[in-house]
Design a protein around this ligand. Structure first.
Ligand code: IPE
Ligand code: IPE
Ligand code: MG
Length: 263
């Protein structure tokens, strides 16, 4: 989409208008990946149970998805549940899954209106059948959308993905000498998608927590102290503006500002 699409959605006089106008639409990241973190801390600050943080995080997801689509991003990938998150209490896991289900039901029309194609990356087959059904409905209903690809990383682990890719490569019968980085990337969950140019993590933690390990090889990393439930359009725009000031080198020497190398 474009500046017009974005401005159409921001009330006149709102401070985000000035931010939106600073964005260079010629140099948008092709793919933004986000580690949505800090829901528990958000709730703790308010003396609420952790699940209230997850509930509040849904508003941040809604705002971020629509901002990203209106910006005209090619791909947005949100980390919703890691393979390690099963270590959490069953009640918290259950709430997260129920929230996901509710989100998909209530937001399907918004996804369609914004021409968003929904996908899931992760070991979906290990999720409960009702969640799988809900995911498949959203995937099928949005399959013809032509706009932004919205991946949700669910029961996702970067190492698990690489192992799954290796298994698929072996099953495909590819000969060892034929396997190179491009070919291998074709066996990942994100086959055919551009690698993230920008990786955002909320709530200040300086780690990647097993997220898109292969794909973030040269991603620009942006960590904000903002807790996920507080993350809004403004924060996404700020991250994009910070990204556009970065100089990407890809192992070469200093040359041009961000996104040139991403062409
Ligand atoms: C992120 O928030 C949501 C998920 C991992 C599902 P957390 O629940 O990790 O919140 P903190 O890190 O404990 O604050
Ligand atoms: C990463 O957050 C996983 C998701 C956002 C889904 P965590 O809160 O699980 O990560 P750690 O445990 O702080 O590394
Ligand atoms: Mg966390």
């Amino acid at each position: 989409m474009s500046l017009e699409q974005l401005l159409a959605w921001i009330p006149a006089g709102h401070p985000d208008v000035a931010l939106a106008r600073q964005v260079n639409f010629e140099r948008l990241p092709a793919h933004i990946a986000i580690i949505m973190d800090g829901n528990g801390r958000w709730a703790a600050q308010r003396h609420l149970p952790r699940v209230e943080g997850h509930r509040a995080g849904i508003d941040a997801v809604r705002d971020t998805v629509e901002t990203a689509a209106r910006l005209g991003l090619g791909v947005l990938t949100l980390y919703a549940f890691s393979v390690e998150n099963w270590k959490r209490p069953a009640s918290e896991v259950g709430t997260l899954m129920q929230l996901l289900k509710r989100y998909l039901r209530s937001e399907l029309n918004t996804l369609l209106t914004n021409d968003i194609r929904f996908r899931v990356i992760g070991r979906i087959e290990e999720l409960s059948p009702d969640i799988q059904d809900e995911l498949h409905i959203a995937i099928e209903r949005t399959a013809k959308s032509q706009g932004m690809l919205f991946n949700i990383a669910l029961n996702y682990g970067g190492r698990a993905e690489i192992v799954d890719a290796a298994r698929r490569a072996i099953e495909s019968g590819v000969r060892p000498e034929e396997l190179d980085e491009d070919r291998f990337a074709g066996f990942l969950y994100t086959a055919g998608q551009p690698d993230p140019d920008l990786l955002i993590r909320t709530s200040g933690e300086m780690r990647v927590s097993n997220y898109l390990l292969w794909q973030i090889a040269y991603a620009e990393i942006y960590v904000t102290e903002t807790l996920w439930p507080d993350f809004r359009r403004r924060h996404l725009l700020e991250a994009v503006l910070a990204y556009q000031k970065r100089e990407r080198r890809y192992g070469g020497i200093a040359s041009a500002p961000a996104a040139i190398g991403a062409q």
